[in-house]
Design a protein around this ligand. Structure first.
Ligand SMILES: [Fe+2]
Length: 297
């Protein structure tokens, strides 16, 4: 019996050991480790990657000093800029003063006013579209007008002798054959289709105006002449005429002689010269002095 009990006990113990061993063996289910490994690796990789990257970048945030910089933003020359702006403002003011310097132009001594003359019957009623100060080139016209090309310039002064800018100087005249572009001129249909007949020049800062045109034709009984009108905006300041020195018809022209010796100021002397392209032309100079005081001087 004892042997039988001992044997049974041995069997029980052996079985227990076997079961224990079996359990111990099944415990290390590799599967778990395998699953864990992959997960761990992913985490590591991520953490590893994130670790290195973030670290360097954190220092970036370190550029939190940037914030301090931003802090300096307040100190930000925001105030200085304003000051600079004010300064620049004062500079602008200075520039305005500089711009005003031209106004400090020395006035001429006024010894006469340019005499007024009749407007005559041929002031243009239907002005051509081309109204610039070069009457020798008519927009849309193929050729050049017949006649002697002339160029003349001058300054417009007011009664105080100050040159006046921004005035409109108008001229109108006949073509080389003494024909006007006007319905009351019987020859107007035979006029030179390459001539502009009318032009305008706006006086510059120093009161200068200029024209390029032709020597007006002679028509009886008038001497050669160019009609002139000076305006400030729509206000007419002077209507007069320009004559040419040496014209024998001057001595018998009632309109010219009507003003007495003062009309000598309406005569322009032409001399041989060249235009901008070197072509030989006649050039003249003719100032106009208004009886109105426009400068307040
Ligand atoms: Fe005329």
């Amino acid at each position: 019996m004892n042997k039988l009990k001992s044997y049974s006990l041995l069997i029980v113990i052996s079985s227990s050991l076997f079961l224990f061993a079996a359990c111990a063996t099944s415990t290390p289910p590799a599967p778990v480790e395998a699953t864990a490994t992959p997960g761990a690796e992913a985490v590591i990789e991520d953490s590893t990657e994130s670790t290195p990257v973030p670290i360097p970048e954190e220092p970036s945030p370190t550029p939190a000093p940037v914030d301090p910089t931003a802090t300096s933003v307040p100190a930000e020359p925001t105030t200085p800029p304003d000051a600079e702006a004010e300064e620049s403002g004062s500079d602008d003011t200075a520039e305005v003063v500089v711009t005003d310097e031209p106004i400090a132009v020395t006035p001429i001594e006024v010894t006469y006013f340019t005499p007024a003359q009749t407007e005559g019957p041929y002031y243009p009623v239907d002005k051509l579209a081309d109204q610039d100060n070069d009457l020798t080139v008519l927009a849309g016209s193929p050729g050049s007008p017949a006649g002697q090309i002339i160029e003349f310039t001058g300054k417009v002064y007011d009664a105080a002798g100050m040159p006046i800018a921004g005035l409109t100087v108008e001229i109108w005249q006949t073509d080389n054959n003494g024909v006007y572009l006007h319905p009351n001129d019987p020859g107007t249909e035979q006029r030179d289709r390459n001539f502009q007949f009318y032009g305008e020049s706006i006086t510059t800062a120093d009161g200068s105006y200029s024209f390029r045109t032709i020597l007006p034709g002679h028509y009886e009984p008038r001497p050669r002449h160019i009609h002139v009108k000076v305006k400030q905006g729509d206000q007419e300041l002077l209507t007069t005429q320009i004559y040419f020195d040496g014209d024998p018809s001057l001595a018998a022209d009632g309109i010219f002689l009507d003003g007495g010796n003062e009309n000598g100021h309406l005569v322009m002397t032409m001399e041989p010269g060249q235009d901008a392209n070197g072509n030989p032309i006649l050039v003249g100079q003719h100032d106009i002095i208004l009886s109105a005081n426009l400068s307040g001087s």
